[in-house]
Design a protein around this ligand. Sequence first.
Ligand SMILES: [Mg+2]
Length: 205
Amino acid sequence: MDTACIDLEGVLIPELWPMLANATGIEELSLTTREVPNYRALMERRLHLLRQSNLRLVDVQHHIRAADLEPGAVEFLQALEQRCEVLLVSDAFSQMVEPITTRIRVRNTLLCHTFSIDGDGFIDRCLYAARQGKEDVVKQLQSKGRKVLAVGDAFNDLQMLRSADRGYLFRPSATTRLAAPNLPVIENYSQIEEAWGHSEPVKWQ
Ligand SMILES: [Mg+2]
């Protein structure tokens, strides 16, 4: 493998919006694409709720700084970086994940969306990365002849995992698992490291 594309939330760090809902007491912030399937509509709603509750980016970042990494996440990334280039491929927003990713980033690159912030420090709108889905990142790498390993936990990862030379579902929910019965499911980081040791190429589809 030349490059590893690793999802952030649910793999290396916890789901941030439910955590934020918990920390702020704004229950509706915990809605996910399960309840509101259109991600952009969901994000509009979340930004509206933050503004309504007078929460600025700095307040959001304060809560996120308190989040714990998944145990073993840093060691896992370090081990991976010994072997290949590591890209963190996320549908989160850079200013939101940075308070936590600065603790896990070693040399790896973060590919995600960005917020536009207004003059008063409120999150104004979402600036989406120029890609259809995470699978675009994989396909672009493969078009340059690179072999790609991908790890993710949810629906927004499935196409990326299917496109990769090796794709792993990491601790998926029962619904996600049912949606992708052919993808291998793993429960911990060491299973990825073990699989890495097998020299023969595997196409998991
Ligand atoms: Mg995820």
